[in-house]
Design a protein around this ligand. Structure first.
Ligand code: R5P
Length: 292
C-alpha cells in the first residue's frame, strides 16, 4: 500500500482520481446517502494510510452540505493518518473575508477554526478570491494558480490579435499574469457593485483599444454572471470582435451560461475545480506539484 491516500469527496471525484494517479496514492472514495431531512451519511471505501492523507473536496453549491462533508472527511482522515493535507479546489465563502457592512460575520474566520479543529495540517486552494481569507487559517496554506493551464488551452484556440481584459480593477493582477504568460497586453475595466443589492455597473467610458480585436475576459469566478454580462455589453458597444471568457471557477448559477452567451460571449472556458460543461481545463497536475 502507498504511503499516501487520496480521500475523495463527492464534489471532486474525478479531480481526486486524476490527482491520486499523478501522485501514486491509494484512492479512497466516499459513498453518500442523503437522508430525507438533508443530512448526509458518508461511508469511506478503501484503506487510509497511517502516514499522510489528502482530502479533496470542492465547496460549491450546495455549499454548506459540501462544507460539512469536507469537515467530516478531514475528521475521519485525522483518526487514521498523522498528516492531513486538505485540497479545496473551489473555496466557497472566500468572498466573505472581511466585514464590509457593520454587523456582517466574516465566515472565513469561522472556516479557519473549523478546518484546524477537524485536524487539517495544511490547506491547498486554487485561485482563491482573496488570499486575505487564508490568514484566518492558523495552519499552513497554499494558493495555487490555474492561469498557466488556462493559457495553455487558450493558445490552442489561435485567436487573432487578442487582448486580455479584467472586468474589474480587483482582477487587474490576475489579468496581468494571464497576459504575461501569453505574451499579450491587458486592460482592466472599472466595475462598481452595490454592497446592498449585489448589482454591478461598468464605470469605464470609451475604450478604443478593443475595437476589432478578439478579447479574453479573465476572472477568478463566475457566479450569477452579472460581472461578465455587464463587461460584455460594454465591450460589444466598443465594437470588439469575439469575446471569450477564461475563469477558474464556473459556478454559473441560475442559467448564467445561457445569459452570458446571449450577451455575446462566444465561449466560456473554466477548470475542473467545479465540474461542468465549461470545465475543459484539468488542474490536477498543478495540485500534484503543490503536494509533492
Ligand atoms: C468579483 O470581484 C469576482 O472576481 C467575480 O467577478 C464575481 O464574484 C463574479 O460574480 P458574478 O458572476 O455574480 O458577477
Amino acid at each position: 500500500m502507498s504511503k499516501l491516500t487520496v480521500i475523495s469527496g463527492k464534489s471532486s471525484e474525478n479531480l481526486a482520481k486524476e490527482l491520486s494517479k499523478k501522485i501514486k496514492a491509494n484512492f479512497v472514495k466516499s459513498e453518500i446517502r442523503v437522508f430525507p431531512d438533508g443530512e448526509s451519511k458518508i461511508t469511506l471505501v478503501g484503506k487510509i494510510s497511517k502516514k499522510k492523507s489528502i482530502v479533496v473536496q470542492s465547496i460549491y453549491p450546495p455549499v454548506d452540505t459540501n462544507l460539512v462533508q469536507a469537515l467530516s472527511l478531514i475528521t475521519k482522515a485525522k483518526e487514521n493518518s498523522s498528516e492531513v493535507v486538505v485540497v479545496i479546489p473551489y473555496m466557497g465563502y472566500a468572498r466573505q473575508d472581511r466585514e464590509f457592512l457593520s454587523g456582517e460575520i466574516v465566515t472565513m474566520k469561522v472556516l479557519g477554526k473549523l478546518f484546524k479543529g477537524a485536524g487539517a495540517s495544511k490547506i491547498i486552494v486554487v485561485d482563491i478570491h482573496s488570499v486575505m481569507g487564508l490568514n484566518y487559517f492558523k495552519i499552513k496554506t497554499k494558493n495555487i494558480t490555474a492561469i498557466p493551464d488556462l493559457v495553455r488551452y487558450f493558445k490552442k484556440l489561435r485567436l487573432k490579435n487578442p487582448l486580455v481584459v479584467s472586468p474589474d480593477q480587483g482582477g487587474k493582477e490576475r489579468a496581468r499574469q494571464f497576459a504575461k504568460e501569453f505574451n499579450l497586453d491587458y486592460i482592466a475595466l472599472e466595475k462598481i457593485r452595490s454592497r446592498k443589492t449585489g448589482t454591478v455597473k461598468i464605470k469605464t467610458k470609451n475604450l478604443k483599444q478593443v475595437k476589432n480585436r478578439d478579447l479574453i475576459l479573465v476572472d477568478d469566478m463566475i457566479s450569477t454572471g452579472g460581472s461578465i454580462i455587464k463587461a460584455t455589453q460594454f465591450l460589444k458597444k466598443q465594437k470588439c470582435k469575439k469575446i471569450y471568457v477564461a475563469c477558474t471557477h464556473a459556478l454559473l448559477m441560475n442559467d448564467a451560461e445561457k445569459k452570458i452567451k446571449k450577451a455575446g460571449v462566444t465561449n466560456i472556458i473554466s477548470t475542473n475545480t467545479i465540474p461542468g460543461k465549461t470545465s475543459k481545463v484539468d488542474i490536477s497536475k498543478a495540485i500534484a506539484k503543490a503536494i509533492m
